[in-house]
Design a protein. Sequence first.
Length: 437
Amino acid sequence: MLTAFARAFKTPDLRKKLLFTLGIIVIYRIGTHIPIPGVDYRAVQVCIDQASTNTGLFGLVNMFSGGALLQITIFALGIMPYITASIILQLLTVVIPRLEALKKEGQAGTAKITQYTRYLTVALAILQGTGLVATARSGALFQQCQVANQIVPDQSIFTTVVMVITMTAGTACVMWLGELITDRGIGNGMSILMFISIAATFPSALWAIKESGSLADGWIEFGTVVAVGLVMIGLVVFVEQAQRRIPVQYAKRMIGRRSYGGTSTYIPLKVNQAGIIPVIFASSLLYIPALIAQFSGGTSDWKAWVERNLAQTDAPTHIVLYFFLIIFFAFFYVAISFNPEEVADNMKKYGGFIPGIRAGRPTAEYLSYVLNRITWPGSLYLGLIALVPTMALAGFGANQNFPFGGTSILIIVGVGLETVKQIESQLQQRNYEGFLR
């Protein structure tokens, strides 16, 4: 693998792409440490030190921003608005005929949907930026911090508008940097920036586990977590690579004097067909009642119940709901992202068939049957992986953003595998040996 990396850097055009990607990553990480105007940076650092073991309801967004959210920097919102906009557009494609027609138009339709995603990203950035500024002004961003009300000293309308515009512009800049990586670098730019944001939190999270440990000055807990993390990475790689291959045979066709078809291929159905989306959906849905309770005044019974059973990630009610929501959204997302009837119609149109299965409706029913069978283990796998931070919270005293578990490990492995495959394909095009042997 190291030899393949060396060969990648020896190839001039591939080396330029890798260095360009690294340069964009450096710019992105610098932006995550530049505070926005109107924020007292010292007060923010004091509150972050006091809240280092509990990031509250903003933990997921803070992880996607590489820790920039709680520091209220120009890239505080990170890539999260773009992710949300992409998911919304993907869901709307199923219910809005116009978007579905654009999706079927090929590259031109995809470019149009991408443009809509950019507009929606800016709108969501304005909405989320306004919410973040309002939360910081009220002191609710760090509830247990004594100087939380001093984070935004000047609470005038002009300062608030400048803060929101700055964060919105930062989100647009992050989106532009991601597209630059996609066009001129290696891999998918948005995925790379998401990977870097999550990986940037690993050292501090691991060191916090070491500092909070008691065995051999914390080194026993530190080593145990690293060992468990390596095992989990291996297991996640194994499951993410697992797929059910449906054989497809294409009949021969004579066009003039030439014959076409007669080839054999397969339809790869991954065990984890839904990816990371169900975990994000379940987390967001559980955050809504907790967020409403946080901003509501008074001490009502429903607010106490929500704070006790939903806001606490180690509460039994939260764990059970989280697990079953992931399973539900896994089936839901697979149902809207993979259409067996459309696949069967395309196969029939080009003379393809599954051996032993009649073309048309029987093929669609068979694909749906297989997809449901493999979605069950995939959804259970997602649910168990997502509960790893909860078990780490109880076993090691880590925070809810435990590095080797849940959303972080799935994204790290998924993006890493995809990027390595792209580098390998470019090496193979130049007759070099790739990473995978």
